[in-house]
Design a protein around this ligand. Structure first.
Ligand code: ZN
Length: 249
């Protein structure tokens, strides 16, 4: 069986990333759904670590794009802007070039990878069922993987046959860690965030995907939050970037 490590929203948190890579064990490929940098204190180290992972496919997140100058900063809040400017100063020109070269969307035979949504890869948050339903028309593969919200979730588009007319609707569930589920067509699934979880569970989140049987296993792993907080404060980054890690938002 092929084991694919699915990562998203690492956000310069090297401690969380290393813990996840250790916890995942041997994998055949790595799919990264964007936002390697931003918020966290070690963007450079995270970028180099991710760029050298075996079998990497990585799409571009909004923070990655902002650091390259592709996006106007007005759309970010003040603290995010500070962290984007700080992050840019940590990176070399070739680091920025690597981020700039990331695709917004990758469509393979069975699966689509993107950061925000298939309709608007860089910006759109999939947080309500209406928006999710509309997005099922914007990719053609059985499954689409997204990040961006930092919340692990599975959306499935199903058909309801009632009174002779077909009606599609979206069902959703929060997968439990370490309980593999099968991704049935058509699904949109989010592995959560490695470096800044926002579902009030402070543990780093990631997933292992097995394409042969479409099995998706969400995982959560504890890492040294204190160490990251100290690095954030020592770097002079906004203290909220440190405090939110221990609250999971
Ligand atoms: Zn993010």
């Amino acid at each position: 069986m092929t084991r694919i490590l699915v990562l998203s929203d690492i956000h310069g948190n090297l401690d969380a990333l290393e813990t996840v890579l250790g916890d995942a064990g041997k994998v055949d490929a790595v799919w990264c759904l964007g936002d390697v940098v931003g918020y966290g204190p070690q963007p450079r180290e995270c970028l180099h670590r991710v760029a050298n992972l075996p079998g990497l496919i990585c799409v571009q997140g909004n923070h990655d794009a902002a650091v390259t100058g592709k996006l106007d900063l007005y759309a970010f809040n003040r603290e995010a802007i500070l962290s984007i400017q700080w992050t840019r100063a940590q990176l070399s020109d070739s680091d920025v070039k690597w981020l700039a070269g990331l695709p917004e969307k990758v469509e393979m035979e069975e699966i689509t990878l993107t950061h925000g949504s298939p309709r608007n890869p860089i910006w759109e948050y999939l947080l309500d069922l209406n928006t999710v339903q509309i997005n099922f028309a914007h990719f053609s593969t059985p499954v689409c993987l997204v990040g961006h919200t930092h919340i692990p979730i599975l959306y499935t588009c199903l058909n309801r046959n009632g009174n002779g007319k077909d009606e599609s609707y979206v069902d959703w569930m929060i997968p439990s860690p370490n309980h593999p589920i099968r991704l049935i067509p058509r699904s949109i699934v989010n592995p959560g965030s490695v470096g800044q979880p926002r579902d009030r569970d402070v543990r780093a989140a990631y997933a292992i995907y097995t394409p042969e049987n479409q099995q998706w296993e969400l995982r959560r792993v504890e890492y040294d939050i204190r160490a990251v907080q100290q690095k954030i404060l020592a770097a002079g980054l906004p203290s909220r970037h440190a405090s939110r890690l221990e609250e999971g938002w």
